[in-house]
Design a protein around this ligand. Structure first.
Ligand code: ZN
Ligand code: ZN
Length: 179
């Protein structure tokens, strides 16, 4: 039996965990397990940008995964970047073993708006399913409601659903059979 592992990294509160687990399980059909690992955010901190190098954290996440892991999803609460972009909501390699998502720019607080836990949870679910979708071989989709549509702004995340469109779902099922 393979599991999708969720690894919160210094996120503080994890009130979003239960709905996140349920949604990921519903989207991909894998049971979920939680793990904790010693991941150093410090190591990924870039002093000049005052942000955290997403790829560096992802490397730590996919290092030595549990034997029964289908995928590992790390969640942080720090601002992430990759060198060619000002920021990223998350990162995953196509057909890779793991994903990373940050709560930082999904939180209304970042935009000077009142905090909204339900909205933050919904955004986290969409971004997590999106990044895991890349891990399962899905590329960006042009269907405006599909969770695999790419998001530049948080408004883009809000305007899509947390579901795979039929085409992406078929691709996922096809990839899963091959695996
Ligand atoms: Zn993407
Ligand atoms: Zn799609």
């Amino acid at each position: 039996m393979a599991y999708i592992y969720i690894l919160p990294i210094e996120t503080g509160s994890t009130y979003w965990m239960e709905p996140l687990e349920k949604s990921i399980q519903r989207a991909f059909g894998y049971p979920i397990k939680k793990i904790s690992r010693d991941i150093s955010l410090e190591k990924a901190f870039d002093i000049k940008r005052s942000q955290y190098n997403s790829s560096q954290i992802l490397l730590q996440i996919i290092h030595d995964p549990p034997k029964d892991a289908a995928k590992v999803l790390g969640i942080v609460n720090t601002d992430l970047f990759i060198p060619i972009l000002t920021f990223v909501f998350g990162e995953a390699q196509l057909k890779g073993p793991g994903s990373l998502v940050s709560l930082h720019r999904l939180n209304n607080k970042f935009y000077g708006l009142p905090e909204n836990g339900a909205l933050l949870t919904e955004r986290l679910i969409k971004e997590s399913i999106h990044e895991l979708g890349h891990n399962f071989g899905l590329v960006h989709c042009h269907d405006p409601k599909c969770v695999m549509r790419s998001s530049t702004y948080v408004e883009d995340i809000d305007s899509k659903s947390h579901d795979l469109c039929q085409r992406c779902r078929n691709t996922f099922i096809h990839e899963k059979r091959k695996a």
